[in-house]
Ligand binder design. Structure first.
Ligand code: SR1
Ligand code: MG
Length: 425
């Protein structure tokens, strides 16, 4: 009989025993069933259901190595970071994260709301579903969690205590390596699609300006303790349904540049856009969906800007932050960092070890290579031109220009002309 006083990685059977022994959630007569449902790169996610009442919870356990590869030895303390981040984000942005019922520092697991009535956003976008409330929801989450954890709003000693609490060295190291370093040289750990390799060599690895700019960005990531970030805000970290958006998995949370989270959202919308452009066969449906994603990208930036400026006026406490034009300077720097982060995410998901299904599921080799080149071109532009990218239109234009570079002579949708066009190459 296990007593759960020493850490081990649990099986489905262990989790049922754990629930019976350690938790007071289900009725005495509950008939528990457990299934491991995790499909992320790092953890084990168990869904426990009482067959009698239908009541269910999620138990998430951090293992000592990442699921994606034993080579990543990552401290299970990430489960504490995740639980504490979810609690704080739940206070700052109520309704946008799952409720955490308990955290167990020995078994490195936490118990939280089962969101099975929602769907992982990446999966839903790959089925070409639309979520008209997403931009509104995600920007409330972003503004509340990013601005309200910053020195502009909270007591500076309290903020420094939070920086300590959320010091997340090992997961930050993963990001420093996988996002900021490896994609930008011919690193053995990269996982390059053969048809794109030469393009990557010429456009990414042999570009010394890009090397300089990504170095600057890496040092910003390591030193700019501006806001409590989610730290891995891709569409696989979002559970969604028509009227609800829940941001999950903040195990990469730490104090970093606020624009990082925004840029990751934008890049992952771009992956969905590119996927749609290569996989939807009916032209009208394709145009409609691409237009929807374009609009969402633009809305995320525009709504973030609007809500940020409003929340700033309502919340700032730091005296010097009310100096004329400081608010605009601060917001500009966030948007610049968002552009850079979008660019980094676009490059690293193509070149590095952790890919996205939006691109890998494009079956035709030529189409996939083209899709990858579009992402890399947009990614590089977002990084190099970040000082000039500020509005929703600016973000969308980088995408459209990158598409045009490769899809000339074929059919694509150009919303800047507000109609469907067929270019002739
Ligand atoms: C070793 S973890 C690989 C990637 O999965 C996570 O979700 C993060 O995005 C990380 O970079
Ligand atoms: Mg994750």
């Amino acid at each position: 009989m296990k007593d759960f006083t020493t850490y081990f990685t649990m099986t489905e059977k262990d989790v049922i025993e754990y629930v019976q022994k350690k938790l007071d959630i289900f009725e005495q007569n509950a008939e528990l069933e457990c299934r491991e449902i995790g499909d992320g790169n790092l953890n084990y996610v168990f869904r426990v259901v009482d067959q009698n009442s239908g009541q269910s919870v999620i138990i998430k356990q951090a293992g000592p190595v990442a699921r994606i590869s034993d080579a990543f030895k990552v401290s299970p303390d990430r489960n504490r970071i995740e639980s504490e981040a979810l609690k704080l984000q739940g206070e700052l942005a109520p309704g946008f994260v799952p409720k955490v019922y308990s955290y167990d520092p020995i078994m490195n697991c936490c118990v939280m709301d089962d969101l099975s009535d929602h769907e992982i956003m990446r999966t839903a976008l790959l089925k070409h579903k639309k979520f008209p409330l997403f931009a509104d929801h995600i920007t409330t989450f972003l503004v509340n969690t990013l601005l309200l954890t910053s020195d502009a709003v909270i007591d500076h000693k309290e903020k420094k205590a939070l920086v300590q609490k959320f010091t997340n060295s090992e997961l930050c190291e993963i990001t420093e390596d996988l996002v900021y370093t490896e994609p930008f040289y011919d690193c053995e750990q990269n996982d390059v699609f053969p048809e794109t390799r030469e393009f990557i060599r010429e456009e990414i690895w042999n570009d010394s300006k890009l090397a300089l700019e990504t170095a600057k960005l890496k040092f910003d990531f390591m030193t700019k303790a501006q806001s409590l970030l989610h730290g891995d805000l891709h569409t696989g970290s979002i559970f969604i349904k028509e009227d609800s958006t829940k941001i999950i998995d903040p195990e990469f949370a730490f104090y970093g540049p606020a624009g990082f989270d925004i840029g990751n959202v934008i890049a992952n919308l771009i992956f969905a856009y590119v996927n749609a452009s290569f996989t939807i066969e009916v032209q009208e449906t394709k145009e409609d969906y691409m237009q929807y994603i374009q609009q969402t990208i633009s809305d995320v930036i525009e709504l973030f800007t609007k809500k940020f400026l409003h929340a700033w006026d309502e919340n700032i406490k730091e005296r010097t932050a009310s100096a004329p034009s400081f608010k605009e300077w601060y917001l500009n720097s966030i948007l610049e960092d968002a552009s850079a982060a979008a660019g980094l995410e676009l490059c690293r998901r193509i070149i590095g070890i952790a890919h996205v299904k939006d691109i890998t599921s494009i079956e035709n080799k030529e189409s996939r290579a083209l899709a990858e080149k579009i992402c890399l071109t947009a990614g590089k532009t977002f990084i190099l031109e970040r000082a000039n990218i500020r509005t929703g239109d600016d973000f969308v234009n980088v995408l459209l220009q990158s598409v045009r570079k490769f899809i000339e002579g074929e059919k694509f949708y150009d919303s800047s002309k507000s109609h469907s066009i067929r270019t002739t190459g």
